[in-house]
Design a protein around this ligand. Structure first.
Ligand code: FAD
Length: 491
């Protein structure tokens, strides 16, 4: 069997896989992505966060395409939750980090959203093969050195690569190869029953695109507008109430809706979609878990393959795309010969676990129903340990920007910065500026990055390049374009 060679091979073409593949290919590396299905394919997880839309998606270059897609604009969330009997609403825009043009996300049909990201990966130079199911990793001692997969004809193939990424989601067959095991949370062990409705009621403008989350005796409902008329509706029930979704699913969903007055009111004139991709009622165990370790030499987990936490704050796509960004930075740094694998993947795992951890820790307190929203806001401040007001802490945590990473809040500024940086680099290297990728690989650029590091960046780019501080003692910081890591040298 002939073995193809790539710098990176990615299993899975969901948001995690297509993001990491694109961000590595954009640095001029050879990337193969293997996806089991043929897109567009159905997936749950429709409510996005601003950090994904204005951070990672801008870095990927798909912001304009998303804006033009007509997805409902999500300005925040409306909750009937906790001790207060009336619904309460939060707006992303009250945080300075998400104010103005970045104060919203979208509610997306995942078949369309995921296809936009996958097609973008192809445009960025990723070799994408759909209908290809990854079956195992190839190992050489400690190191993972490639993947085995079955192509659409059923032929088994092998590919070798410097890095393997498992982004194949919660049903990943590979994740255990990284070492350790999936550790399931004792706290979050619920099940979701969900379907789609036409003609449901909308929240009043300007929050008609908000997610509506409603707690009731057996659990909670999500109510996500996917168009003017189509709504995604799901009941998440506690493990103790699992029998409520056994048997006839139609009857079960109707009974749960009847238990919840607000959702009953919103669906009073609606009919359930019973044909096409939205015609099926589906059940998912949304058990929360995290793998003992997120990497080993040559192999990295991103997205649901690594961890998942209860869906109430719509954090899944954010965690998938953010971990993909962290992984891409790490791999780009190693492939450019700038930093070693252990250093960068330790940074990757620490940041990824921090982000997962704030959602997890906060969610535990959010399930306390006998308090009002002010208490949740206070708890968010405690978990994120920042200088903001309580409500800002809450909004930044659930907007996905509590890490303070510029790449997640000001990717447009980063794009400008990269252009300036490329021009400066070009000048230093005496090139013509037309071809950025070879420039970034040049000896001059490597030296600028490694030796002069951040001080030089600041000198090149002025105040706008004021560097972030490391998130952890002795940790790394991001390069001005957000694509790699740099060692931290205090001024
Ligand atoms: P996926 O989106 O699962 O993509 C993995 C890809 O890998 C798939 O395309 C799959 O076909 C492919 N694949 C699988 N096996 C193989 C293989 N062997 N070889 C090749 N390819 C393979 N998230 C939100 O952001 N907002 C929400 O509102 C939200 N609601 C949710 C509600 C519920 C009930 C649940 C359970 C989850 C929800 N999520 C939500 C989470 C969200 O669905 C996931 O976190 C997100 O899809 C993870 O992205 P991913 O790229 O890691 O994996």
């Amino acid at each position: 069997m002939s073995v193809e060679e790539f710098d990176v091979v990615v299993a899975g073409g969901g948001p995690g896989g297509s993001t990491v593949a694109s961000l590595v290919a954009m640095q001029g590396h050879r990337v193969l992505l293997l996806e089991k299905e043929v897109f567009p394919r159905y997936q749950i997880g429709e409510s996005l966060l601003p950090a994904t839309v204005h951070g990672v998606c801008r870095m990927l270059g798909v912001s304009d395409e998303l804006a033009a897609a007509g997805f409902p604009v999500k300005r925040g969330g409306t909750f009937r939750w906790g001790a207060r009997p009336e619904p309460w609403t939060f707006h992303f825009g009250i945080s300075a980090k998400m104010a103005g043009s970045t104060s919203h996300a979208y509610q997306v049909e995942r078949a369309r959203f995921d296809e936009i990201l996958l097609n973008n990966a192809k445009r960025k130079g990723v070799v994408v093969r759909e209908g290809c199911s990854v079956v195992d990793v190839v190992e050489d001692g400690e190191r993972v050195t490639g993947l085995r997969y079955t192509d659409p004809d059923g032929t088994e193939r092998e590919v070798s690569s410097r890095f393997v990424i498992d982004a194949s989601g919660n049903k990943s067959r590979l994740h255990s190869k990284v070492g350790g095991k999936r550790n399931y949370s004792e706290f979050f062990r619920s099940l979701a029953l969900f379907g789609y409705f036409e003609g449901g009621k909308r929240l009043p403008a300007p929050v008609s695109g908000n997610i509506l989350s409603v707690a009731f005796d057996s659990g909670w409902f999500w109510y996500i507008p996917l168009s003017d008329t189509l709504t995604s509706v799901g009941a998440v029930v506690r493990r103790e109430d699992a029998d409520k979704i056994q048997g006839d699913q139609e009857k079960a969903l109707n009974a749960l809706i009847a238990e919840c007055p607000l959702i009953s009111e919103y669906l009073a004139d609606a009919t359930r979609v019973t044909t096409g991709k939205y015609g099926e009622l589906r059940v998912r165990k949304d058990y929360s878990y995290q793998q003992t370790t997120f990497w080993r030499p040559g192999m990295v987990l991103v997205g649901d393959a690594a961890c998942f936490v209860d869906p109430v704050f719509s954090s899944g796509v954010h965690l998938a795309t953010y971990s993909a960004l962290l992984a891409a930075r790490s791999i780009n740094s190693v492939l450019a010969g700038e930093l070693d694998e252990k250093t960068v993947l330790t940074e990757f795992e620490a940041r990824y676990r921090r982000e997962y951890g704030v959602f997890y820790e906060f969610l535990v307190s959010f399930y306390q129903m006998n308090v009002n929203e002010e208490s949740y806001f206070w708890q968010a401040k405690k978990v994120t340990r920042n200088q903001n007001t309580d409500i800002e802490s809450f909004v930044e945590l659930i907007g996905g920007v509590s890490s303070g990473e510029t790449a997640l809040t000001a990717a447009d500024r980063i794009a400008e910065r990269s252009a300036e940086f490329a021009a400066a680099v070009d000048e230093m290297a005496g090139g013509d500026g037309d071809n950025m990728v070879p420039m970034f690989k040049s000896h001059v650029v490597k030296q600028a990055m490694q030796e002069a590091g951040q001080v030089q960046m600041r000198a090149l780019l002025g105040q706008d390049a004021e560097p972030e501080l490391p998130l952890f003692p002795n940790g790394l910081v991001t390069s001005p374009d957000g694509m790699r890591w740099l060692p931290y040298h205090p001024a």
